[in-house]
Design a protein around this ligand. Sequence first.
Ligand code: SF4
Ligand code: SF4
Ligand code: SF4
Length: 359
Amino acid sequence: MRSESLSLSDLFKFDYFSCLRSDYAKNDCSVCIDLCPEDAMVFDRSRLTLDAKKCTGCAACVGGCPTEALSSELFDPNRFAVEFPGRSGNMISCKENIPCLGALSVEHLITIAIRSESEVVCDLFHCKECPVNSNTLVLKSIENAIIEAQDFLDAAGIKKRISAVTEVSQSETDIGRRGLLKKLAGIASEIGEERTLGETASRVDGRVPLKRVLLKNSLKTVSEDFEATALSGSPFSFVADKKIDAQTCTNCQECAMFCPTGALSLLQDNSGIIFQSGKCIACGICDDICRPGSIGTVAGIDLVDFAFDRMQLLVKHKLEICEECKVAFPYRGGEMLCDRCRDFRDNFSDIFTLAKDME
Ligand code: SF4
Ligand code: SF4
Ligand code: SF4
């Protein structure tokens, strides 16, 4: 497993190799930069850099990162998602138990809702006055995540609820931002070296974000209650179902090589591509990289495929050896020439003939 963990400040760590921009130079993910209220993050060419003087450690960017490349020293959203359902109270609040609700992704929210006995309530009462939400983007992002989490639960027929409140009484527990960070630091030191979550062992692949593993584990516990297994309608932001057009796919395999999570992989004999929606984070790298535009997204996902990491065969080619370059290629009838040699012959037929004559 690749890893290069760089400390960006006392509060944050950035795993360079987990960032989508490191996986594929043309990827334009900018979620963390867009969400940062302090403009503390910038990309210098493809490298993310953070101005530690500007960073306040609010963690608003952490939940938005699809790959968990960013992490906070004081707050572990995966640990929170596992432990919150066992605590007293059902409210997630920046005045009580979390630096900022932006630290939680849609996947965390669904996990928390599934594992909680009662409705989970997100306290957004303080967002309007909060400096972290100065450009309103953080609040919008949190609201969208809550809506999407509930939409996902509804589409699956899972009878759990997660909602937002924008009006609550200012409680005596308002300990302020510094106080809360101190409190979280205290909790972190109590936890000490114990960093392992129970679910870590079931991580299928080191590159699949842990929040995804937690979500799949949560879904498995309620799979008997699924009312619908085919989730159609609007796509979810954190997963995609894929298809490949066998007629145009050249079997170049670049989609599988660049897929950051291993959601796309090769058949053992290299004759086709397999897909697991349970590992897909909808980053779009495969769509961008496919030169003939053969790979695309299918609306909706199959919930059972997703939760149980079932494999789908997207394309299988009949491979033959090209008469010119002697490399295996997807054969669709006609001449025994791969696309590259056929294009070369069509565009440079004179050179092609000369090369043949010289043999
Ligand atoms: S949100 Fe995550 S993947 Fe996207 S640019 Fe920031 S660190 Fe990279
Ligand atoms: S889908 Fe596109 S990128 Fe993937 S193997 Fe086929 S041609 Fe190559
Ligand atoms: S299958 Fe495509 S969209 Fe999904 S994680 Fe892999 S590269 Fe990204």
